[in-house]
Design a protein around this ligand. Structure first.
Ligand SMILES: C[S@@+](CC[C@H](N)C(=O)[O-])C[C@H]1O[C@@H](n2cnc3c(N)ncnc32)[C@H](O)[C@@H]1O
Length: 248
């Protein structure tokens, strides 16, 4: 049978029995052909929207994976740091940047997004496809690390959704997924932390404000609605969380 290059059911099953780092190390070579990579239908309009006439100085792609967003970020920043927990994913990211001739602009860093040690370093921080890996009780720790890492006036840009309609396929599918994941983590060690329905408005707005960000939720960025995704793109909103120039 001809291989599609996509991860097989058994490969995904094996991956799901690891912890997050080990799971992504295994998936890395085929990650870009999996449904987990953030698609260009999201990335293109996002980066088109946030780019400014002058390039940003330093950018951080947090939980960069194989570099789906890093490649865009590297085109609008002088220098980018691509940080991820998984060596396998970072290797793929490095290859992608080499192929695009962008490696000179990118520093690859293995690290935990919950233990950031940067201070006043970045003008822009982005993160895609990883909020489900941040336990809800650690969201504030995650946001505090980003706040510290940004220079005053710098912004954390991301997309998320409001609460989804209760009677919707997405809401049902994500609750079902979370239920299965809770059972998996109850039965099997090490746990694989990945839950949907986290990092959502309006709660995340309150957490951002508590940490000290000025928060702007934009309604004027729209995505191609024909694109089929577990969470329909019409629900996505761009959030711009800015570290004030002067401490409040
Ligand atoms: C679904 S992938 C998304 C990758 C990429 N950002 C994208 O949008 O295609 C999630 C990534 O987050 C990384 N990750 C998960 N938890 C992390 C943590 N605590 N610190 C750093 N990276 C983490 C994983 O290793 C994986 O590469």
């Amino acid at each position: 049978m001809k291989s599609t290059g996509r991860p097989t059911f058994f490969e995904l099953l094996r991956q799901s029995l690891q912890n997050v780092e080990g799971g992504y190390d295994l998936l890395a070579p085929k990650f870009d052909r999996s449904p987990y990579k953030t698609p260009e239908e999201i990335l293109l309009p996002f980066f088109q929207y946030i780019k400014t006439e002058e390039k940003f100085g330093a950018g951080l792609d947090l939980c960069c994976g194989t570099g789906a967003a890093t490649i865009h970020l590297a085109k609008i920043c002088d220098q980018v740091t691509a940080l991820d927990l998984s060596d396998g994913m970072l290797d793929q990211c490095r290859k992608k940047m080499d192929d695009a001739d962008l490696s000179a602009h990118v520093t690859f860093l293995k690290g935990d997004a919950l233990e950031l040690t940067f201070e006043d370093r970045f003008d822009v921080v982005v993160s895609f496809g990883a909020f489900g890996h941040i336990p809800i009780e650690e969201e504030e720790v995650f946001l505090r690390g980003i706040f510290r890492a940004l220079r005053p006036g710098g912004s954390f840009y991301f997309i998320t959704t409001d609460k989804l309609p209760f009677f919707s396929f997405s809401n049902f599918a994500q609750r079902l997924f979370n239920g299965i994941m809770r059972i998996r983590n109850w039965l099997i060690r090490p746990p694989f932390i990945m839950y949907y329905l986290t990092f959502r408005l309006p709660l995340i707005r309150d957490k951002l404000a508590k940490v000290g960000f000025q928060v702007d939720v934009r309604n004027d960025l729209s995505f191609d609605r024909r694109f089929n995704y577990l969470i329909p793109l019409k629900h996505f909103k761009l959030v711009i969380a800015t570290k004030p120039l002067q401490a409040l």
